[in-house]
Design a protein around this ligand. Structure first.
Ligand code: NDP
Length: 306
């Protein structure tokens, strides 16, 4: 029995070392250096080359290295075995802190006060807080954590998900009947998973439903947004600014007008990077469960796509 790590964009050795610290009897190989593919029964993946899994004929478990699983579920040759993801307080805390940072700098009008500082302007007459009503697309593990924390900070928070949620202080709307979600909000946070339904979600058809100009915070996945539409919405006033972490093409090409758009702040898809120290114990727990024939945890639904 052995484990393979297939993560061309990450340092697999760090993940291997963390696993060996938990259990030094593990047999772990880093793709593509796999001597006996037929011995592999667990694959730990991040952006694996599609098709490569078929060489592991005894694979029983696939573990995503992060919270997202679209990179795995989109593999057209994915074997019919459980796929798990990382659910951890450290991922939720990083994501919530990122979204709160983006909300607060908008709420406290930091773009104005940065200009004032550059011009040595002391403006105490302007009331320094914008009223914000926040709408969160996706009230899953990450969306519900940030929603709860924003409520504790005193903000009005609405959430949109497939099923209705009961989160203290948060007004829950469902996708089939979004009701007041689009009417009330002036900050829109996207924390949806990447599925066929959410592909291109942040586009004109959504922005046209917003009744007030909105500040967009996009932290789900790049393919959920149409950047051409975001740029147009920034120009026509449907959006009054955007804080973006994920992009249709990553790394964001130098030619993208988003880089120097005056109403855009952006980061290089690092809102919440999985910390191997936090993720590896979850993967190891699931590995033990698989070996002992117990149910794995944090399994994703292939039919739902998340
Ligand atoms: P979850 O699977 O826990 O939650 C997804 C939520 O989205 C659920 O509430 C679900 O509704 C809702 N949802 C799904 N489809 C729709 C739809 N079509 N319309 C409305 N609501 C929908 O995911 P997480 O919260 O853990 O993570 C969300 C995403 O964040 C990840 O998939 C990943 O892509 C992204 N991410 C980004 C990171 C970054 O650094 N930028 C880091 C980590 C994650 P219901 O509950 O009813 O099923």
């Amino acid at each position: 029995m052995s484990i393979v790590i297939i993560a061309p964009t990450r340092d697999g050795q760090i993940w291997k070392n963390e696993l060996l610290e938990l259990d030094n009897s593990l047999d772990i190989e880093i793709y593509p250096n796999v001597k006996n593919p037929e011995n592999v029964n667990c694959a730990i993946l991040w952006l694996h080359p599609y098709g490569c899994l078929k060489q592991f004929s005894n694979l029983k478990l696939i573990c995503s290295m992060g919270a997202g699983v679209d990179h795995i579920l989109n593999d057209p040759e994915l074997p019919e075995i459980p796929v798990t993801r990382i659910v951890s307080d450290t991922i939720s805390t990083s994501m919530s802190n990122y979204v709160i940072m983006a909300v607060l700098q908008h709420h406290r009008m930091m773009e104005k006060f940065e200009v004032d500082q550059n011009n040595k302007v002391w403006d105490q007459a302007t009331f320094p807080e914008r009223e914000v009503k926040i709408g969160i697309l996706g009230l899953g593990v990450l969306g519900s954590d940030v929603a709860t924390k924003l409520v504790h900070l005193g903000f009005e928070v609405h959430g949109l998900s497939k099923s209705r949620k009961n989160i203290e202080g948060v007004t829950s709307h469902i996708e089939d009947d979004p009701g007041g979600f689009f009417r009330e909000i002036n900050v829109l946070v996207c924390l949806l998973p990447m599925t066929e339904e959410t592909r291109g979600y942040l586009s004109h058809s959504l922005f046209n439903r917003l009744e007030k100009p909105c500040y967009l915070i996009s932290v789900g996945r790049g393919f959920q947004q149409k950047e051409v539409d975001i740029l147009e919405a920034l120009d026509n006033g449907k959006l009054n600014g955007a804080f973006i972490d994920v992009f249709e093409v990553e790394p964001l090409p130098e030619s993208s007008p988003l880089w120097d758009h005056p109403k855009v702040k952006l980061t290089p898809h690092n809102a919440s990077i999985t910390n191997p120290k936090a993720a590896v114990p979850i993967i190891y727990d699931n590995y033990r469960r698989m070996v002992e024939g117990r149910d794995v945890i944090h399994e994703v639904s292939k039919s739902k796509g998340y």
